[in-house]
Design a binder for this molecule. Structure first.
Ligand SMILES: Nc1ncnc2c1ncn2[C@@H]1O[C@H](COP(=O)(O)OP(=O)(O)OP(=O)(O)O)[C@@H](O)[C@H]1O
Length: 276
């Protein structure tokens, strides 16, 4: 990552976020009694969650507990069987049409015939926005790919392709980022650096983020709040405020406060597991 990892900007959005608690802010996402059934499988059962504007919420839970289904339902890609989702004052399908969402899924869907840079600007062009190619180049640098703007996806590693997908979602300028294990293919060091970068961009751009991960340390490091889910059916087992210093950089991983928060979330995950 060129220039090395940077922490969040303490002077601007960082200071605002510490002054203003999430409960004072407008609601960005309202998930109310959402149940999703697939043939014979209840993927989500009566899920309630409110996410404030500019809040970073992580979601963790065992495989198959409905995390992806939750993200898809919020993003208007899956209809709930019961309950409602509101994105600000709109239903999710409408918010999706208005390009309010930046999606980063486990499998990036890059266009193989386009360069990394052209992939980053593509969604903006599709949404009828100006491409802002220089800003796209800056984002490629942010995700550690400054020398790869003209490279096609086939010549990039899986982790590098995923970083292009992250830059593309950030570049769209959407107000809500829905991220489904976006760092899953990255090595641990890159993962931690990307976590710092995503938090920095989030603070600069005041995004609302719903971020699914399998990694407890990642769920804690990134979050304002961490949602722990249990499975069969997928339910919210607990929601934890993450009380860690802001700005947050890699040094947080070594602190006792961080280890305590990780232990709390891990315990909640195991309690959910024991109920099975
Ligand atoms: N399109 C579908 N048709 C039928 N069943 C589905 C469909 N999508 C998901 N499911 C089922 O719903 C449940 C929740 O799946 P989901 O992918 O949301 O879980 P997850 O927590 O994201 O899993 P993982 O961590 O492994 O990615 C699972 O039992 C899954 O098999």
């Amino acid at each position: 990552m060129s220039g090395g990892p940077r922490g969040e900007d303490e002077t601007s959005a960082g200071a605002r976020a510490t002054d203003e608690s999430a409960s004072d802010r407008a609601t960005a996402l309202e998930i109310d009694g959402v149940t999703v059934d697939f043939e014979g499988v209840r993927a989500l059962a009566d899920v309630d969650l409110r996410v404030a504007e500019g809040e970073f919420v992580t979601v963790i839970g065992p495989s198959g507990c409905g995390k992806t289904t939750l993200l898809r339902t919020v993003g208007g890609l899956q209809d709930p069987t019961a309950g409602t989702v509101r994105v600000g004052d709109r239903p999710p399908e409408r918010a999706r049409q208005d390009a309010e969402f930046g999606f980063v899924f486990q499998r990036h869907a890059l266009l193989p015939w386009k360069s990394a840079l052209d992939n980053v600007v593509f969604l903006r062009e599709m949404a009828g926005k100006s491409p802002h190619r220089e800003a796209a180049r800056d984002l490629l640098e942010t995700v550690g790919l400054s020398g790869f703007a003209d490279t096609r996806p086939a010549e990039l590693s899986g982790g590098m392709r995923q970083r292009v997908a992250i830059a593309r979602a950030l570049h769209l300028g959407a107000s809500v980022l829905l991220m489904d294990e976006p760092f899953g293919e990255l090595d641990e060091l890159t993962r931690e650096r990307m976590g710092v970068e995503v938090r920095r961009v989030w603070r600069d751009q005041r995004k609302t983020v719903l971020f699914v991960t399998h990694s407890v340390p990642e769920a804690v490091f990134l979050a304002d709040r961490c949602v722990v889910m249990s499975d069969h059916p997928g339910e919210i087992a607990g929601v934890f405020d993450v009380d860690l210093p802001r700005p947050r950089d890699e040094s947080v991983y070594g602190t006792a406060a961080f280890q305590q928060q990780v232990a709390r979330v891990r315990t909640a995950l195991h309690e959910g597991d024991d109920r099975r």
